[in-house]
Design a binder for this molecule. Structure first.
Ligand SMILES: Nc1nc2c(ncn2[C@@H]2O[C@H](COP(=O)(O)OP(=O)(O)OP(=O)(O)O)[C@@H](O)[C@H]2O)c(=O)[nH]1
Ligand SMILES: [Mg+2]
Length: 416
């Protein structure tokens, strides 16, 4: 295993720059540059040098099994200037360390068992979180809630397994002993808990991925004007010409803690203009995949082909004398956003800890093998319990296919 290094702080000037060194040679290389290393997890000031003085800074040592990666680690806190970082990195390289790949520190943490796969996934979500709700959800999992929850279920299964084994032992003595009722209660309890968790998966996945709200309606309804009003800037072109918008224009924003992308779409009408027709097709495709559609028109009518329960239907240009909202003055827009926020929040009310298809699938498998009737022989029951326990282990996971990991770590930066 190579010893790797990377700057952990962002590139550029700052108060301090942190460089991390991890791997079997980390302590040896660290000592060659900083002199005797401090006690583990104690920061001490050292002069950093090779043939010349590089910098003076805090040095922290972490021991194998008690570091982020699980390997021996040394952290250097330097003065925050790119030239100093580059100079230290050259010294580390000349002693045999190499620059880490994106996500390589975290990958080693996973390999060494100091992070579970579900925690790595959540860490990736945390790093890309755009909203408060996404941060909170990822943080729950990063801090081990899912690991603890599956651990509790496995404890139930271990207890059930022990009870089954005990009844098998008795069977040897020709006193056929029944599998105690507690076993079936435990298994039913585990199945119930799993069902609840799986039921919360779609909501959690939505929360993780963020929401899309499409503004739809006839040309000139004021869709782009409404988007601009929400954005509080001139994001989309507005004109009195019907058919101004062609591409789907996205506004990424946070609505009361939820990540929401508003989509401004082409006005919907039959058209002979080929480019406008392409725009209408895109509008229909994106709008039908959105979580909510805001149907906007001067008449306050929905687009029949797109309408679904939970959509908003709004009359606009209220400043001209009608009812409804006005993109021109902003009247009613705040209330509209509040309504959208509360409808989206309703869609994710049951969000649980299971945020990925991979985890939901492992839970489905576990529940399925536990679906055994009381008339089954004890050996089969014992086998079902073992197999369910294995599946539960997969939910948090210590191992995963390489390409799956590559996909996840490609979204990390070097140094994470
Ligand atoms: N008075 C008034 N005029 C508005 C309002 N909203 C939009 N308009 C005007 O209506 C015209 C069309 O506005 P857009 O926002 O471009 O309409 P659109 O629905 O995006 O139109 P397309 O992109 O062609 O589908 C422009 O002249 C706007 O200034 C409003 O609330 N009040
Ligand atoms: Mg428009």
């Amino acid at each position: 295993m190579d010893t790797i290094y990377a700057e952990a702080t962002p590139l550029g000037r700052g108060g301090i720059s942190v460089v991390r060194l991890s791997g079997p040679e980390a302590h040896g290389i660290g000592e060659a540059i900083a002199g005797p290393l401090p006690e583990a997890r104690r920061a001490e000031l050292r002069l950093l040098k090779d043939s010349e003085l590089i910098d003076s800074g805090l040095v922290i040592r972490f021991d194998e099994g008690a570091s982020f990666t699980g390997e021996p680690v040394v952290e250097f806190h330097l003065h925050g200037a790119p030239v100093i970082v580059r100079r230290l990195e050259a010294a580390l390289r000349s002693r045999g360390a190499r620059l880490a790949e994106a996500g390589e520190f975290t990958r080693r943490a996973l390999l060494n068992g100091s992070l579970a796969l579900s925690e790595v996934e959540a860490l990736s979500d945390l790093l890309s979180a755009e909203s408060e709700a996404q941060r909170q959800q990822a943080m729950k999992i990063v801090s081990g809630d899912l690991v603890r929850w599956t651990g509790m279920l496995r404890d139930h299964l271990i207890r059930a397994g022990a009870l089954i084994e005990a009844s098998l032992d008795f069977a040897d003595e020709e006193v056929p002993e029944e599998v105690p009722a507690e076993v079936f209660e435990l298994l039913a309890q585990v199945r119930r808990d799993i069902k609840v968790a799986i039921a919360g998966y779609p909501a959690a996945e939505r929360l993780r991925a963020g929401f899309e709200v499409a503004i739809v309606g006839p040309p000139n309804a004021g869709k782009s004007s409404l988007l601009n009003r929400i954005a509080q800037r001139e994001l989309a072109l507005v004109s009195e010409v019907a058919g101004t918008t062609r591409d789907v224009i996205e506004l990424h924003t946070e609505l009361g803690g939820l990540a929401v992308t508003f989509l401004d779409t082409a006005g919907l009408r039959e058209t002979l203009d080929m480019v406008e027709g392409m725009g209408v097709e895109r509008a229909l495709a994106r709008a039908s995949a959105a979580d909510i559609r805001v149907h906007l028109s001067e008449e306050g009518k929905p687009v029949p082909d797109l309408y679904r329960d939970g959509d908003l239907v709004l009359q606009t240009k209220a400043d001209l004398g009608g009812a409804g909202i006005s993109a021109a003055t902003g009247a009613g827009v705040r209330e509209m956003l509040d309504e959208i926020r509360s409808r989206l929040a309703g869609q994710v009310a049951g969000a649980g800890l299971v945020t990925r298809q991979r985890q939901a699938q492992a839970l489905e498998d576990a529940a399925a093998v536990l679906d055994v009737g009381p008339d089954q022989p004890a050996e089969l029951l014992a086998e079902a319990v073992r197999s369910a326990s294995y599946r539960l282990g997969e939910v948090v996971g210590r191992i995963a296919p390489d390409d799956y990991l590559d996909e996840i770590f490609s979204r990390f930066c070097i140094g994470k």
